[in-house]
Design a protein around this ligand. Structure first.
Ligand code: IMP
Length: 429
């Protein structure tokens, strides 16, 4: 199977980074295809923590080609910082290991300013965005006024586009959002600097990926966020601004759908979400606090505390159906040690009727009530398990029950942050 996609099945933060890092050992190319530095992965290798926001998680394996595809929105300031930080740690030893699509859109300072000002003005009803300018950058892309990585290398074209956009954005920022205007000279100067820094990596990644496929290379597509943050199928409007499903890999990277042989869904053994929006199985109590503390549930990008709750089989079932998930990588099972009994949301109740799948409208999402099933917990520490048979019987029962409820086999089980703390049941490639 030459290509696989890894996709989040909840509200993001499922532990995709660790799984992509693991699977990247068997891949030649690792590709991100949507989103930007709203994503954040914390990777622990040999006890050393690395946080990645933009560069694919394959970068910790020397020699892997890491591709940032056309569907991404890239903040060059953050990317340059990330490249420097990786280099300081001895990664990215060769410029050819990072390829940045000329077609990817640039996040500009006005995107960040607009994102943050709008959130502030929305007050308590805000989306809880990461404030990284993701939404406004995708808006410009769809409005066909965005500036792309390739435009950096056309000085005249870049200057014209920046002048045109800034005129409009400054009027909007000042008149409607009550923000100060941004300086053309300042942005122009900074982006000229990024142009030189990014030049060695800018590429026609679509053509390069086509060549990689033709040569039989193993390609891993790294999804960001999760299915319930998908702009069409998630808990709209409390979603991100891109398509987060496995299918987005095809459009966002520029490969045919049939090129992708396997879909791996990542699910945490409980549920978390950052930002606002519906979360039927949320635990707004001491148990939720305990999950946050034991699972270190703080956003890798913004440091915000994550909301925590029971595993929601309705959400994961939905994600599996949307993305055609072949199997699950179940993460953070170890965090549930000591909680007894455990509960799992098996269905929703909406207006007196039971549903196996979530509703489609915001109003209905707010009215659903979780239907729970109780399972016995376990007391043993799981961190040293290396095979299913090392797990206590109640932990195995929990895993088997989740798998049956969502209708997908478990391919991989993660029981701690280290690479070794993983039980692999199936080879992905
Ligand atoms: P945005 O993507 O910054 O516009 O944020 C929109 C929503 O998606 C907010 O609720 C964010 O907290 C959430 N979000 C965006 N990226 C991630 C992620 O990588 N993990 C978890 N939540 C995310």
């Amino acid at each position: 199977m030459p290509a696989a996609v890894v996709t989040g099945t909840q509200w993001g933060d499922e532990g995709k980074g660790k799984i992509v890092d693991l699977l990247a050992a068997d891949a030649d190319v690792v590709v991100r295809f949507h989103g930007g530095n709203n994503a954040g992965h914390t990777l622990v290798v040999d006890g050393q923590k690395t946080v990645l926001n933009l560069v694919p998680a394959g970068v910790l394996h020397p020699g892997r080609i890491c591709v940032m595809g056309p569907g991404m929105v890239i903040d060059p300031e953050v990317l340059v910082g990330e490249i420097d930080a990786l280099r300081r740690r001895g990664y990215l030893g060769d410029d050819r290991w990072l390829r940045i699509s000329e077609q990817a859109h640039l996040i500009m300072p006005y995107h960040r300013a607009i994102d943050r000002a709008r959130e502030r003005l929305r007050g308590p009803g805000n989306i809880g965005t990461t404030g990284r300018g993701i939404g406004p950058a995708y808006e410009d892309k769809m409005a066909r006024t965005g500036i792309r990585v390739g435009d950096l290398f056309d000085e005249g074209g870049f200057r014209d586009a920046l002048e045109r956009n800034l005129r409009e954005k400054n009027a909007y920022l000042q008149a409607l959002l009550g923000e100060p205007a941004l300086s053309f000279d300042d942005i122009h100067e900074r982006y000229r600097g990024y142009r030189e820094r990014l030049r060695p990596f800018a590429a026609d990644t679509t053509a390069e990926l086509r060549a990689a496929f033709a040569a039989g290379r193993r390609v891993l597509f790294e999804g960001a966020q999760g299915a319930l943050l998908d702009v069409d199928h998630g808990t709209y409007p409390f979603v991100t601004s891109s398509s987060t499903l496995a299918g987005a890999a095809s459009a966002g990277a520029g490969v045919p759908p049939r090129a992708i042989g396997r879909v791996v869904g990542i699910a945490k053994a409980y549920t978390t979400r950052v930002g606002s929006g519906p979360f039927p199985s949320e635990l707004a109590d001491a148990l939720g606090d305990r999950l946050r503390a034991d699972g270190d549930e703080y956003g890798a990008t913004t440091g915000r505390p994550r909301r925590c709750g029971w595993f929601d089989a309705v959400v994961v079932r939905h994600a599996i159906a949307l993305s055609g998930v072949d199997g699950l990588a179940l993460t953070k099972l170890d965090v549930l040690t000591g909680i007894d009994p455990l509960r799992v949301c098996v269905a929703y109740e909406l207006d007196g009727k039971r549903r196996e799948f979530p509703p489609g409208t915001q109003g209905a999402w707010e009215r659903v009530r979780p239907v729970y099933e109780e399972l016995p917990g376990w007391r043993e520490n799981l961190g040293a398990a290396r095979a299913l048979t090392d797990l206590p019987p109640d932990a195995r029962r929990y895993v088997d029950r989740l798998s049956a409820l969502v209708g997908a086999p478990v391919m991989l089980l993660s029981i701690g942050p280290q690479r070794e703390q993983t039980i692999r049941l199936v080879d992905i490639f």
